[in-house]
Design a protein around this ligand. Sequence first.
Ligand code: HEM
Length: 132
Amino acid sequence: MRLERGLRWSIYTIVAALFATGVAWWVLDEGPSTARLYLIAAHGLAAMAFLVALGAILVGHVREGWRRRLNRASGTLALTIAGLLILTAFGLYYVCEAWHPLFTSSSASPGRSCLPLTSCSDDAHDCGRRPC
Ligand code: HEM
């Protein structure tokens, strides 16, 4: 089942933008904070577009493909990866702040990792990532 051309290319573009901005933000760890701020803002914008695109394919493409038993394994894998990325993005906002003491050790802090795919600094919303 092939997606309509416009939607397919929108998804390719959005996923490429998510990947590029996420990796660039990460690689520029010691880089200028303004550049990182724009990168993470672009990443957040792409994430919103991704959720819209995901909704668009869920109602037709995914439901129909599942009903016709097409590509169930790869579809499940793709949705699982998307779900994990969405959950860990949620974690960046709320898990670190709300349950910070549960995920940090008071003495040693290599244990600052909150979830397998996310990490938080001691002040979860630090100024290098977004205006405070
Ligand atoms: C395509 C692969 C992706 C890569 C490589 C990636 C990478 C990253 C990285 C490195 C960060 C910063 C982590 C930190 O602050 O410690 C981040 C933040 C974030 N990601 Fe992703 N990500 C990807 C996909 C997604 C998806 C699919 C979503 C949601 C639809 C998403 C939503 C977010 C959000 C909301 C943030 C927080 C932005 C902020 O701090 O303002 N990402 N991502």
